[in-house]
Structure formats: structure tokens, C-alpha cells
Ligand binder design. Structure first.
Ligand SMILES: Nc1ncnc2c1ncn2[C@@H]1O[C@H](COP(=O)(O)OP(=O)(O)OP(=O)(O)O)[C@@H](O)[C@H]1O
Ligand SMILES: [Mg+2]
Length: 308
């Protein structure tokens, strides 16, 4: 089995005192896939990543990275195989780009000629054409994250763990960052990524959903959408303020799901309702359109729904 999966996690638990940050989590990651690891704040994503990068010893469970079991004495081999772009710390803000890269190269013990060649190639890869003597704090956040990505793959790891790499990054730069991640996956790297942006998560080959330390779903975005919602979802757009109040007042009686999305609501009629009749009844209050569920809908139902 281990040759088909680059990451194997079996019954992983991490306890802080009596508190389970990660509880009995098992999953496999395929080589070259973009594996999304999603969940609300505090779900246990970063804790899991820290274990998989060899930075935190789990309370129990088995972790195998590219056929290497996580046991003492093997940490060095495993750390060579993984790159890590952490959620909080990405680069030294007060050092230049070059200084940050030099520092990573020396920590990773990359020979100088290999380092110089890789740096050049990776700058081309991200389309970096500024002065590398620039201080990191002078970079826009999108570019800073691209440089951070470069530092995380400077030692040419097989797997890259990206913990919320696009948090606080402008939308256009987020799109570019994901295009880079996709290119890396096409080059054979495995991308393990967390994000709170559900539009980004659509780019993942498979998605694991975490809720309060437990894995609650793992599938392709398409299957998650198909299997989470057997009923038709409608987008409702109230015609005016009064109609909106009227619609909201009826929501408990009519809908099993009624979630605000900007100017609209995503709604599912209760199974007990005759849909055609119900649509006629509310058609004077709102415009009604059939829609396919989004990952946002899935997330709201599976992750947030349980805590309401
Ligand atoms: N070193 C620690 N000591 C005690 N509790 C911790 C420690 N690290 C994390 N936790 C707790 O474990 C839980 C999971 O934290 P974790 O950082 O893994 O969540 P996360 O899914 O990455 O959240 P976020 O989306 O906010 O980054 C949280 O309740 C957190 O407070
Ligand atoms: Mg986190």
C-alpha cells in the first residue's frame, strides 16, 4: 500500500493535556495530488501539519511519509522530503529576499552551486523580476508568499505543506499562487494545503474536512457536493426589503436550509413541502433560481452546521 501513497496517517491523535487537538484521524495522500485540508479555526489542521513535518510528536498513531515511518532517528530523512510554509511565520521581514533564501539554503545544507541554480529557476518559476536585495517587508503580501513558497521548496522536497498560504492576500495574487501550486503538482510534487477560502478549495483533487480534531469527510470536491446534498438547492433573491423580512419570517416553516449569501439566500425546501406549490407561494417575494451546491455550502452544512 505504501507505494501508492506518499502520506499515510493511521489513527493519529495529538493531546495537549487532556484536550484532543487531533483525534483518531486516518487518511492517505496520493503522490502528485493537491490535497486540501479544511476546517474551522481550531479544527486541528496546523497541529496535523506539524506532526507530518516532524515538528511535533503525536500522542498516538502512525505516520508514514514516502515509505519512511516516523520513528526516532528517521526525522532527518523525512524532513528532507517535506517542505513547510507555516501559517504564521513565512519570512524574516527585516531581511532581504536573498538573505532569507541564503539562510534557508544554509539551514537545509544545500551546496552553493545547486542553491544558485535552483534559486534562479524558482525565481523564473514565480516570475520574480525585482531586485533580490529588497527587504521582504517592502514586498506586497502576494509576492511575499511566493518567495515563502520558494524557500519552502528550495531543498526540492517531494511534498509541500502550505498552511493558509493565501490568508490576507489580494484576490488576483491568490489566483496566481494557486496556479503555481497546480504547476508544482504537475511537476510531480504533492501539495498538502489548508485554506479558509472555499473558492480556492475547488482547485484541490481531494479534500479532507476536519471538525474539532476529527476527520468528518474526505472526497473529491465533486463527490462532496453530490453526497452532501441530495435535495435541490435554490438561490433566492428577495425583491425588496419588505419581501426579505417576509421571506425570513417564513424560513422556518418552508426550508430545511436557509443561509444568507450576500444579497441572496441558499435554501432547500423541507421534504414535507410540495416544492412546486411552495415556489408559487414565495414567488411574489423573491426571484428563485436552481443552483448546484458550492463547496461553501458543503462546508457550512458539515463543518459549521453541527456547531449551531
Ligand atoms: N501547543 C499547544 N498547546 C495547547 N493547545 C494547543 C497547542 N497548539 C494548538 N492547540 C489547540 O489545539 C486546537 C487545534 O489547533 P490548530 O492550530 O491545529 O487548529 P487549526 O485548524 O490550524 O486552526 P486555524 O484555522 O485557526 O489555523 C486549538 O484548540 C488550539 O488552541
Ligand atoms: Mg492553523
Amino acid at each position: 500500500m505504501s507505494e501508492n501513497f506518499i502520506v499515510i496517517v493511521n489513527h493519529l491523535s495529538v493531546k495537549f493535556g487532556e484536550f484532543y487537538a487531533v483525534k483518531d484521524v486516518s487518511f492517505f495522500v496520493k503522490p502528485g495530488e493537491i490535497f486540501g485540508f479544511l476546517g474551522a479555526n481550531g479544527a486541528g489542521k496546523t497541529t496535523t501539519i506539524r506532526v507530518l513535518c516532524g515538528l511535533l510528536t503525536p500522542t498516538s498513531g502512525e505516520v508514514i511519509i514516502d515509505s519512511e515511518h516516523f520513528i526516532s532517528g528517521k526525522e532527518h530523512e523525512i524532513k528532507q522530503k517535506v517542505g513547510y510554509m507555516s501559517q504564521r511565520f513565512t519570512l524574516y521581514d527585516d531581511l532581504s529576499i536573498d538573505e532569507n533564501l541564503d539562510f534557508t539554503a544554509s539551514l537545509r545544507q544545500i551546496p552553493f552551486n545547486i542553491y544558485s541554480e535552483r534559486k534562479k529557476r524558482l525565481f523564473e518559476f514565480i516570475g520574480f523580476n525585482k531586485n533580490p536585495k529588497m527587504i521582504v517587508s517592502d514586498l506586497p503580501s502576494g509576492q511575499k508568499q511566493e518567495i515563502a513558497l520558494v524557500t519552502s521548496i528550495l531543498h526540492d522536497p517531494k511534498i509541500v505543506f502550505l498552511d493558509e498560504p493565501t490568508a490576507g492576500v489580494a484576490p488576483a495574487s491568490r489566483v496566481k499562487f494557486w496556479a503555481l501550486a497546480q504547476q508544482l503538482a504537475q511537476l510531480g510534487k504533492t501539495i498538502f494545503v489548508t485554506t479558509h477560502y472555499m473558492d480556492e478549495a475547488e482547485n484541490c483533487n481531494r479534500i479532507a474536512l476536519m471538525r474539532t480534531g476529527e476527520l468528518i469527510a474526505l472526497d473529491t470536491p465533486e463527490n462532496l457536493k453530490k453526497n452532501t446534498y441530495q435535495n435541490q438547492i435554490y438561490s433566492l433573491t428577495p425583491k425588496d426589503k419588505k419581501s426579505q423580512e417576509n421571506l425570513t419570517a417564513r424560513s422556518n416553516a418552508y426550508f430545511s436550509m436557509f443561509e444568507p449569501y450576500g444579497q441572496h439566500y441558499h435554501a432547500i425546501f423541507k421534504n414535507t413541502m410540495n416544492e412546486a406549490d411552495a415556489i408559487t407561494e414565495i414567488s411574489n417575494l423573491c426571484h428563485i433560481k436552481k443552483i448546484e451546491p458550492s463547496l461553501e455550502d458543503v462546508f457550512v452544512k458539515l463543518v459549521e452546521g453541527a456547531s449551531r
